[in-house]
Design a protein around this ligand. Structure first.
Ligand code: TXA
Ligand code: MG
Length: 411
């Protein structure tokens, strides 16, 4: 901090807040401690990483909260800043496929050729980083990716370090697609935010783990399952791989005290919970207000709930909800894509959820049900599966049924 006072200057912070005034929400009880890094200062960002500091940087998927992947204390500070349990492993970002700090299987070059740089994270056994235990959440395997973003690549090159980075949001909150989103979650902490443009894809990378002849998709993301299948199907070296995807939703046990203890120091790591597909919690990507998926299919209908549409933000696809729900408040309405373009919807998804939680008087978000999407209408429908997954998690799986101006909880 002492080294780069300009990053924390009142003028700089004020300029940032003014630039993003519609996206920023400040809590009067919190102080601002973050720094803002301009694009012509990436050499400073690189130095900060060497000093063990946290640097939030843009990628083509979402913004990442980065630290030197060789520095255990810096990595622990990521978990502390996010309030993230240590059972959730981090992705390591690199800029050279020949220097990935893990065992390099012979098929890796073929994957790298097809999908890197890009939203493709591959989980491999790590033997070369002393920090593997904490990075991998005790699994011994680390997710590696080369991001497809000019700023991220330049930072990786300048720092010449592997950068460990989860999405730059507080744990369970919506992943950030803009510097302002990162600011909202971390301005009261010692985090340095690179001020760059909105992320191009809008959702995270796809995480895969090779096991024998199978590629297990551990997390759906902006690289569609169909695209992976199609590309590896055409590759002589990779066509023997079969893709496996199983929908796994884990409930988070919310125990503040336990988390506090766990984050205190590395010695307290409890490895009872090491998992094959860690980090796939059900409550994820959640707004600060209740979210519900609206269905028009009458299955397992429970009790009626009292929802005031004036207090409801609606996030639509095409105009499906607008055409069916009567009396929606147009000032609290957004469609992820008027033209049924799933790629556009993916780009807008987190951005719209973040917008929704900032709306005055909003008590809940009502989301379009992508389970019922009619594929013939949709462009880029290969992206639907990932959107469905993120929406399901952001509503913690809760659906409501709408009929004749009334809402009912589904069981
Ligand atoms: O697009 C992205 O992947 C962004 C940008 C910053 O690169 N990063 C990101 O990281 O989304 P994070 O930590 O928010 O999510 C990573 C998830 C974990 O929660 C877990 O589900 C899975 O990826 N993952 C990472 N490393 C893994 C490992 N070694 N084994 C199993 N799953 C892993
Ligand atoms: Mg995340």
């Amino acid at each position: 901090m002492e080294n780069f006072p300009q990053l924390y200057s009142k003028e700089r912070i004020q300029q940032f807040i003014t630039k993003y005034k519609d996206l920023i929400q400040l809590d009067p009880l919190k102080e601002i401690h973050c720094g803002i890094i301009h694009l012509d200062e990436l050499h400073i960002a690189a130095q900060l990483l060497h000093q063990g500091e946290l640097v939030a940087f843009p990628t083509e998927t979402v913004y990442g909260l980065g630290a030197n992947a060789k520095n255990a204390q810096a990595i622990l500070n990521i978990f502390k800043a996010k309030r993230r349990p240590l059972s959730d492993p981090l992705i390591v970002h690199v800029h050279d496929k020949n220097n990935i700090y893990t065992d390099k299987p012979d098929f890796l070059d073929s994957f790298a050729e097809l999908f890197w740089p890009g939203p493709f994270t591959i989980v491999l056994k790590s033997t070369q980083l002393e920090t593997t235990e904490i990075l991998s959440a005790g699994t011994g395997s680390i997710g590696i990716r080369i991001p497809n973003h000019k700023v991220a690549l330049e930072l990786l090159e300048k720092a010449n370090l592997p950068i460990a980075a989860p999405s730059a949001n507080l744990f369970t909150h919506i992943s950030p697609t803009s510097a302002a989103h990162v600011f909202n979650d971390f301005y009261d902490q010692r985090v340095h935010i690179i001020d760059a443009d909105r992320s191009d894809n809008g959702i995270e990378s796809t995480v895969i783990k090779p096991l024998g002849n199978e590629l297990h998709i551990l997390r759906l993301g902006s690289l569609a399952k169909e695209t992976i299948m199609q590309k590896i199907g055409q590759s002589v070296q990779l066509k023997h791989f079969a893709i496996k995807y199983e929908n796994k939703y884990m409930q988070i046990e919310e125990n503040e005290e336990e988390l506090e203890k766990e984050l205190e120091n590395l010695q307290n790591l409890d490895r009872k919970n090491s998992m094959e597909a860690p980090g796939q919690f059900l409550k994820h990507y959640s707004a600060r207000i209740n979210s519900f998926i609206v269905t028009f299919q009458q299955i397992n209908i429970g009790q009626e709930i009292d929802l005031d549409l004036k207090e409801s933000v609606i996030i639509d696809f095409g105009q499906e909800l607008r055409n069916r729900i009567v009396n929606i408040d147009e000032t609290k309405y957004k469609s992820l894509s008027i033209n049924y373009d799933a790629k556009e919807a993916m780009f807008n998804l987190y951005d719209s959820l973040r917008w929704a939680e900032l709306q005055q008087g909003a008590k809940q978000i009502l989301l379009y049900d992508f389970d019922t999407v009619i594929n013939q209408k949709v462009q880029h429908d290969e992206n639907i599966l990932s959107i469905q997954d993120k929406i399901f998690r952001s509503a913690s799986g809760q659906k409501i049924y709408y009929k004749d101006n009334k809402f009912y909880l589904c069981q």
